[in-house]
Structure formats: C-alpha cells, structure tokens
Design a protein around this ligand. Sequence first.
Ligand SMILES: [Zn+2]
Length: 194
Amino acid sequence: MESCMKRGNMETLRDYCVEEGFAITVISADNQRFTATCAAECCDWRVHASKLADGRTWAIKKIWPDKHSCRGWTSNNPICTVKWAANKLMEDITSNPEIKGKERNGLLFKKYGLYMKKSSLYNLKNFIGVDLALKKVWPTAKRRYCCRHLSRNIKKAFPGPLMYILSWRACNATNPFTFKKAMERLRMREKNKS
Ligand SMILES: [Zn+2]
C-alpha cells in the first residue's frame, strides 16, 4: 500500500479502501498530515499518512493494527460516492452509453467488489449523462461556476445584505484589484463571524 500511495495521492487511499471493502472516517487532515480510522465502530484500524519532502507525494507512515477487527463492507460501501463511481466507470460508459444500471453495478463489482444502491445508480446515470452531453455539444468548452448559484448559497450561509453585495462585487469584478478587494472583505467578515 505504501508504494501505491507514493505513486498516487489521497484518491489512491480511497480506491484502496473500496477494494479492501471498508470505509474510513477522517480524524484529522491538513496539507501535511492525514489520519483516518475504519468507519466501523467496532474496529480500531487506523492509518496515518504524511506528505514527503517533495511537497507533493503522500506516504503511509503507520497502519495499526495490521488487520481490521470488523468484517468490512460487502456492498454499498459509503465511500463509493456517485462522483467516485463516475470517475471509475467514465471510460466504460463513454464507450457504451447505453449500458444499463445493472451492468454498471456488475462492472463495479467485477473491478472493486462492491455494489451501489439503486438511488445512487440513478444519480450516477444523471451525473455521467450531463458530463457526456456537455462534452459532446461543447467539446472545447470550459466549465465554470454559476455566480447566481454561489451567491444564493452565500446568502443562505451568511444572512444579511453585506456578504451578498460583496460576493456580487467579486463576481462582477472586471479587474484583479476589485476582485481581490472584495474577496478580502468577504474573508474578513467571515472571520469576524466565526
Ligand atoms: Zn475495520
């Protein structure tokens, strides 16, 4: 596992967990260190990883105990999110867009030994459908964030007019100076709140 972590990044850990049939709960994580435990309550399995001196590669420093005391997930691993599965199956689905939900589950089982819930499979279909459609219609288009969507979320998280106005000021900025200024004020407000 150490070598696989060295090659990849934290995404590799997620793949590893899915393949091994367990889920993790992150205990602490920052840019340098990462500690997680098995999601099963009865299990003490832990992993600790940290970034190497190159500042990019992650390496597993410690896994203890060696073995899980839980029995793991035989199916419906909660780590297997729609986004994760879409990533893994994108190639298969791009080459065969008509592939049915059941067959997608078959592929997931063959490759990773797990199944997804019906509702997740449906979301997966939508997720990949939109992605493929966008690529087909606008193959070279860049995808961006919708400011109206963002500002609505900001309004929800920070009621009151100022954050809303500031977020729009940042969105509408036509030069880096105005953008930075608005972002700085947004950040300051956020800090004062918390
Ligand atoms: Zn476990």
